[in-house]
Design a protein around this ligand. Sequence first.
Ligand code: CDP
Length: 244
Amino acid sequence: MSKPEKLLDKKGLRLDGRKLDELRPIKMEVGVLNNADGSAYLEQGKNKVLAAVYGPKEVHPKHLALADRAILRCRYHMAPFSVEERKSPAPSRREIELSKVIREALEPAVFLEYYPRTAIDIFIEILQADGGTRCAGITTAALALADAGVPMRDLVVACAAGKVDGKLALDLMDLEDKYGEADVPLAMMPGINAVTLLQMDGSLTLEEFQKAVKMAMEGCKQIYEMQKKALKAKYVAIKEEIQE
Ligand code: CDP
């Protein structure tokens, strides 16, 4: 899409009608795939993300196994039809980097030491992308890990804040990410107040950066409540099925 004239209207509302501190509409569902150990699906605005988890399981190739803990592997992948211009299905440099960044954001949460000599594999498929997919990928993967029964210190949740037309804004979508002044993706474990990912693209003053971090953390806390609800909803549905 071409560059819009303005990212904020006269009332200070964004292109999709949101206020500056407002998240995109979010939907989540846990346990959506039959053949993975854990799975989750998330929609955040126009982003559509699917995550699947396998493991803990035997490591192949065997020489990658660690004697004292499990290894966590992560693949972030964008479907060819997920973006405006068809993306090659082969992994791009960006996807390889994001796979690493996402793994590092999730790793501190997982009790890897409980499962020596095993692997936990996470697959994140971006079915539709509209900015902030690394964050949406982390939020979805954490749900899939929980669904697989992988013990974690806390759920990991991610959200970005940034700057558009001179104002700080929460949860940037693609056009704001592309044509805004800055983007600060952040992942955290809200239950123990630990940040596991913090990046910045663009430029901000120190004061703006601090405010953006605070804003992203507030966004994370809202999404965290939705994550817990989505996990509970799965078990309520199972209970109802048993009782029927
Ligand atoms: O998605 P995220 O903001 O975490 O990562 P990014 O590298 O900042 O990409 C921002 C957005 O650019 C993505 O969410 C997509 O909407 C878009 N994009 C695209 O249109 N084509 C690509 N090959 C890669 C990204």
